[in-house]
Design a binder for this molecule. Structure first.
Ligand code: GLA
Length: 686
């Protein structure tokens, strides 16, 4: 991705298990009496658990009073795990400060935009920029590192936990001071800042750095440039904390790899993980299944992005759920087969570890109804039987470990800043959803059987024949040039509505939309025409828009109109256009054409663009095909996206158990892949 990322070390045999896949969970033995620990060891062995994340929320027990340590219980657990052949991804335990710390130093507590203090009693109640918190946290990190540096169970460090899960945005005075330092670093002068933020508007001009505050609740719309920089700053502030802990660990245990669990998923958009990937020795992610019909594809989307944040290298699935979570409005359990399907879909997208939150379901506390590997019912349960079966299957998948994602020919761009900015207030419509739009196009590509990489926008576009940019709203000059190069190189770009509109300061590009992409796409939009709730606008192709349309008033001479609005105020006007440049092209989709509209468009386009033809093994999109490769072998994961069995002719050797049924009679072996199942075939190839 970047020079920075390329420079750091990626291969972590110790933590990722060169000999096979990792399997385990967050382990919270401090919630249980000792006799349960012994049962845990027996059950972990039965399940094939070979790694646990330990001590994540243990600060209050490890340091019961300031500077007084109690490592006895942790020593015991570390030894017990090691005696049972289980490695430890040891937490730095800083995620949740103990009550004594916040009593002594209430000034570490985070503050919301309306100046509400977030009190202790939950978790993660600390300011990312608090020097006081940092001092106590790093003292704990050092104490742990020195204590366990030579412990044979230690294979990786787990820095904090889901940094920013509850404290991503802090509006305290500490944050204000750090924000100003960050802004000075970015802009150098107040003139540059005033220009970037457009502070001539509403008398917002700053005459001194101290006048600048975080975007606390205000009387009217807050300055968008400041909002965007505050989001960037907040993501960077958490990264600074990550770096500070990592630096201590690097000093004391230079050879132990360090990670922190990202939250690359639909419900967390606060952190630009593309800027974090270079700060960990291996990428880890937590993902929780979205309930309902789009859950499977949603999981695939975020796993795919995680794999590409890791630049195709293996990554670590640090948390997912065996069954229900406890934090949505309704929390249904997973259906039969979903535990296996979810785990193997992550493995397909590059996970070399399959871990859960958590090992044993808590008896008390706010997460007592969250599923675990060992449920309240105990080991004689559907979930634990599935857990044991998955453990056996993961052992059989050992050959897959260490393999890399095979690059797809199609990239779907993902840009955290476009996610932040397109969802801002005071826009033409509050109904725009960046994550939904990107997922719509991802699903349409899967429906067509196309293998695609969900690619962080800063990654290189080289080698991708098609680059799809749904709602790529923030387009600085550099990005515009990179997209233009794709087309000049004879390759293809597709952008959808509300793309290209603003620069890196959320200032509108002038001369008509899609602003930064206007020349590339060869069209000018004079007005956005968002749709009122309940309105439907048909396109000539049959696609239907329900949220957004645009008035395209100029179509370049080299641009073909490939779809028009069929009704509404824009009837007869261009809706979808394609500019051809040599062998390359730039397509613009000015409306939310939904999954069906996107599928039709991709189908028609496939007549001229080979990369969109769909993989033969994808069985017309009923299967998702995911490929990992190493040492002359391709591991093709065939994941059934439907509720019916799919028969597909496959040559190659089956890897692991379960999934595909027996070969059937006939000249070619045909695999039957049951509803929601995942089968893996090994084929020769790099
Ligand atoms: C997050 C946290 C875990 C746990 C799970 C529950 O991922 O990291 O500690 O709270 O959520 O889903």
């Amino acid at each position: 991705m970047t020079a920075r990322a390329a420079a750091h070390r990626w291969v972590r045999p110790g933590a990722l298990g060169a000999g096979g896949l990792r399997y385990g969970a967050d382990y919270n033995p401090e919630q249980w009496p000792r006799d349960v620990w012994h049962e845990d060891m027996r059950l972990m062995r039965e399940a094939g658990v070979n790694i646990v994340s330990l001590g994540i929320f243990s600060w209050a027990l490890l340091e019961p009073r300031p500077g007084e340590w109690d490592f006895g219980w942790l020593d015991e657990v570390m030894d017990l795990l090691h005696d049972n052949g289980i490695d430890v991804d040891l937490a730095t335990a800083t995620a949740s400060p103990p009550p004594w710390l916040t009593r002594l130093h209430p000034e570490v507590l985070p503050v919301t935009a309306d100046e509400t203090v977030l009190y202790p009693g939950g978790r993660q109640h600390w300011r990312p920029t608090s020097p006081v918190f940092r001092r106590y946290a790093l003292r704990l990190v050092r104490a742990l590192a020195e204590r366990y540096r030579d412990h044979p169970a230690l294979v990786a460090w787990h820095i904090s936990n889901e940094l920013g899960c509850h404290n991503a945005f802090d509006y305290s005075d500490d944050a204000a001071a750090a924000f100003r330092v960050w802004l000075r670093g970015r802009y150098g002068t107040l003139d540059a800042l005033n220009d970037a933020w457009g502070t001539a508007f509403w008398s917002q001009h700053y005459g001194a750095w101290d006048e600048i505050l975080p975007p606390r609740i205000a009387a009217a719309q807050r300055n968008p440039g400041r909002q965007l920089d505050f989001e960037r700053f907040s993501s960077d502030a958490l990264r600074e904390h990550l770096r500070a802990e990592a630096a201590v660990l690097a000093e004391v245990t230079p050879d132990v790899p360090r990670t922190t669990n990202f939250m690359v998923c639909q419900n967390i958009r606060d952190i630009d993980y593309a800027t974090w990937a270079g700060d960990v020795d291996f990428v880890s992610n937590d993902h929780y299944l979205r309930p309902g019909e789009l859950g499977r594809d949603d999981l695939s989307f975020w796993a795919n992005l995680t794999g590409n944040l890791a630049e195709g290298h293996p990554w670590f699935l640090m948390e997912h759920a065996t069954s229900a979570v406890n934090w949505r409005e309704v929390n249904p359990p997973k259906r039969a087969g979903e535990l296996r399907r979810d785990a193997l879909t992550h493995v397909g997208h590059g996970a070399d570890a399959v871990c859960y939150f958590q090992w044993r379901q808590s008896r008390a506390g706010g997460e007592r109804y969250h599923s675990a590997m060992v449920p309240h019912a105990g080991a004689d349960s559907r979930v634990f039987r599935d857990v044991v079966a998955l453990g056996a299957e993961l052992r059989a998948l050992a050959p897959v470990a260490g393999s890399h994602r095979e690059r797809a020919r199609v990239a779907l761009l993902f840009d955290y800043e476009s996610w932040w900015v397109s969802g801002r207030d005071s826009h033409p419509s509050d109904a725009l959803r960046y994550d939904a739009e990107t997922l719509t196009w991802y699903r349409a590509l899967l429906d067509r059987g196309v293998r695609v990489d969900v690619l962080p926008v800063h990654a290189a576009f080289e080698g991708y024949e098609v680059v799809i940019a749904p709602m790529l709203h923030v387009v600085p000059d550099g990005l515009r040039r990179r997209l233009e190069e794709v087309v000049l190189d004879g390759r293809h770009v597709l952008a959808t509505y509300f793309s290209g509109v603003v620069d890196e300061h959320d200032r509108v590009w002038l001369g008509g939309y899609p602003g930064g992409l206007r020349d590339l796409l060869g069209v000018t939009v004079e007005e956005f025409v968002p749709l009122l709730p309940g309105t439907r606008v048909r396109l000539s192709s049959g696609a239907v828009a329900t949220t957004w349309t645009e008035r395209i008033t100029r179509v370049g001479a080299d641009v073909e109109v490939i779809d028009t609005y069929a009704d509404g105020d824009l009837a007869g006007g261009p809706a979808v256009t394609r500019r051809r440049v040599g062998g390359g092209s730039a397509t613009y989709v000015s409306a939310d054409v939904a999954r069906a509209g996107a599928v039709d468009l991709l189908r028609a386009w496939a007549a001229e663009v080979d990369a969109l033809r769909g993989e033969p093994l994808a069985a017309d999109g009923r299967l998702e095909t995911i490929v990992r490769a190493k040492g002359g072998t391709r591991f093709v994961f065939l994941a059934n996206r439907t509720d019916e069995a799919v028969d597909v002719p496959v040559t190659g050797e089956r890897v692991g158990a379960g999934g595909a049924g027996a070969e059937r009679a006939g000249t070619e072996p045909v695999w039957r892949i049951g509803p929601g199942e995942v089968a893996i075939v090994a084929q020769p190839g790099s």
